[in-house]
Design a protein around this ligand. Structure first.
Ligand SMILES: [Zn+2]
Length: 180
């Protein structure tokens, strides 16, 4: 029996799990339009999304989830800081586990009960789309530097900046009653 190579864009999830399959690869960020849209500074030709997938079948009691897919994805993105509007570079790592059961209805029912996402078993899972979905979900709603480099609210807290203020010393002397 010949074994066909695994196509990550049309993955037979059950067969992959039965074989305890493992695959990994890279896709260019530019191949993911929804992710590219939110990274105006980061969609360079060379940015790659690295991913791995691993299948697993658990011999469990009937009615529970037996087929599992472990997915990881990693990409360095340049978002826009919503405070200083400068580029905000960050590496995003996703590590997720998905259960698969036969039928949409069973998937919806188990998804509500289960901590992990439960999807309907398919013979043509698009990992490329799943990786893009999960990376989008991992993005912060409001990307912000912890400390912005440009002048802003953070600069006022800088003690050197306060000392450089020409009237600071005068004000201090006046406060002590040494000046009339
Ligand atoms: Zn900033």
């Amino acid at each position: 029996m010949s074994k066909r190579p695994v196509d990550p864009r049309r993955l037979d999830v059950a067969a992959f799990a039965d074989a305890a399959g493992e695959i990994a690869g890279e896709w260019p960020l530019s191949s993911m339009p929804r992710l590219t849209e939110v990274t105006p500074h980061g969609a360079s030709e060379t940015t790659q999304v690295r991913w791995t997938a691993r299948g697993e079948r658990h011999a469990a009691s009937p009615g529970s989830v037996q087929v599992w897919l472990h997915l990881t994805a990693r990409v360095a993105l340049s978002l826009v800081c919503q405070r200083c509007l400068q580029p905000f570079e960050k590496q995003f790592d996703v590590s997720r586990r998905f259960g698969f059961v036969p039928g949409e209805a069973a998937a919806i029912e188990l998804d509500a009960e289960c901590e992990d996402d439960v999807l309907a078993l398919t013979r043509a899972l698009d990992l490329h789309e799943l990786v893009e979905d999960e990376l989008l979900l991992s993005l912060p709603l409001v990307p912000k530097h912890e400390t912005c480099l440009l002048p802003g609210p953070a600069a006022e807290a800088d003690p050197q900046a306060a000392a450089a203020h020409p009237f600071a010393e005068l004000a201090a002397l006046r406060g002590k009653g040494r000046l009339n």
